[in-house]
Design a protein around this ligand. Structure first.
Ligand code: HPA
Ligand code: ZN
Length: 339
């Protein structure tokens, strides 16, 4: 790839809309926090941990990801994890981040909901001083029951003024959106935004269910939507944002080769696709690494990159006035940098 494109990506103002905080847990920080908590890690070094990150599918990854999250215990741990992510992406030109957390992963092992959420929110507030605004999205684990999700939603009640939305993540196959209709109805009634992972490993049918049964505002991943022309038409007509994660797709074998990644085709089809990192500590890079990898493999142009940056703000849950300001910043950057 042309070096000037890498420089263009680096400074491009952008939003990240698909990021699991537990997936930003870098091995070095894992060792530091394990030491602080006198917890054991079955590895000798950060390099050894990274060498173990070879996955053949989503479940392979999730098994390791949930085990590593077990090191996180105190409010300070959740704060430090979140602040490290914000510091890292401030350097990537990220101006706004809508981040996921998985409370059930922690409450199931006795960590209070308030410890997790309080630590994360304290860091998100501090992130404003770094020039990164944020919104927090509570994800329900779809391998657990809807009833378990309701118990978590009840615990979240006192925090709902600080939680922008709910999502649905974890093992997709065998856990369709249709299993969570009542839970998402309750979240919608509470005034929350709704997102769901769909069409990562699961079929286009799961994307239809997320749209028609859960009434989501955004689809996380959505790759398999391209299998269904009627679905593509619907997503394009409604300009539903897809939070696409190229390096994640490569590492979890959702795509065989970055040259075959559907991102460019999504843009050509008029879909509101965005570029995101998903779980950057596990998949080999933060948001700009993802932009660079797809740009190099698919020959994206400056115009494509500008469209992706605009999509990231348009697909966000920011109010219209803030969207307008961010879109103007993207346009000013593009004009000042030769496109
Ligand atoms: N898919 C589903 N669940 C997840 C992911 C993902 O990519 N990352 C973290 N939890
Ligand atoms: Zn994800």
């Amino acid at each position: 790839m042309d070096d000037s494109l890498a420089v263009f990506i680096a400074g491009l103002p952008k939003a990240e809309l698909h990021l699991h905080l537990e997936g930003s847990f870098e091995p070095e920080q894992m060792f530091a926090i394990a030491r602080r908590n006198k917890a054991n890690i079955p590895f000798k070094s950060a390099e050894e941990v990274r060498a173990a990150y070879r996955f053949s599918n989503l479940q392979d990854f999730l098994d390791i990801y949930y085990r590593a999250a077990g090191v996180l215990r105190s409010e300070e741990d959740f704060h430090d994890l979140t602040l490290a992510y914000l510091k890292r992406v401030a350097a990537d030109g990220v101006r706004h981040a809508e981040v996921f957390f998985d409370p059930q992963t922690h409450t199931a092992r006795g960590i209070p909901f308030a410890t997790v959420t309080g630590g994360i929110l304290r860091a998100l507030n501090e992130g404003q001083n770094l020039g990164v605004t944020s919104k927090l999205i509570l994800c329900f684990l779809r391998h657990l029951s809807e009833e378990d999700g309701f118990a978590t939603f009840k615990e979240a009640e006192p925090w709902l003024d600080q939680i922008a939305g709910v999502g649905l993540d974890s093992s997709e196959l065998g856990h369709p959106p249709s299993q969570f209709v009542r839970l998402f109805d309750a979240a919608r009634t509470a005034g929350l935004k709704l997102v769901a992972h769909a069409g990562e490993e699961g079929p286009a049918e799961y994307v239809w269910e997320a749209l028609d049964l859960l009434h989501v505002d955004r689809i996380d991943h959505g790759n398999r939507s391209l299998d269904d022309p009627r679905l593509v038409e619907r997503l394009a007509a409604e300009q539903t944002a897809l939070t696409v994660c190229p390096l994640s797709n490569l590492k979890l074998c959702v795509v065989k080769d970055m040259a075959r990644h559907p991102l460019k085709r999504m843009l050509e089809l008029g879909l509101r696709a965005t570029v995101n990192s998903d779980d950057p500590a596990y998949f080999g890079g933060y948001v700009n690494d993802n932009f660079q990898a797809v740009t190099a493999a698919l020959g994206l142009t400056r115009a494509d990159l500008v469209a992706l940056a605009k999509n990231s703000f348009l697909g966000s849950f920011l109010d219209d006035a803030k969207k307008v300001r961010h879109l103007a910043a993207v346009e000013a950057y593009a004009a000042a940098n030769g496109s």
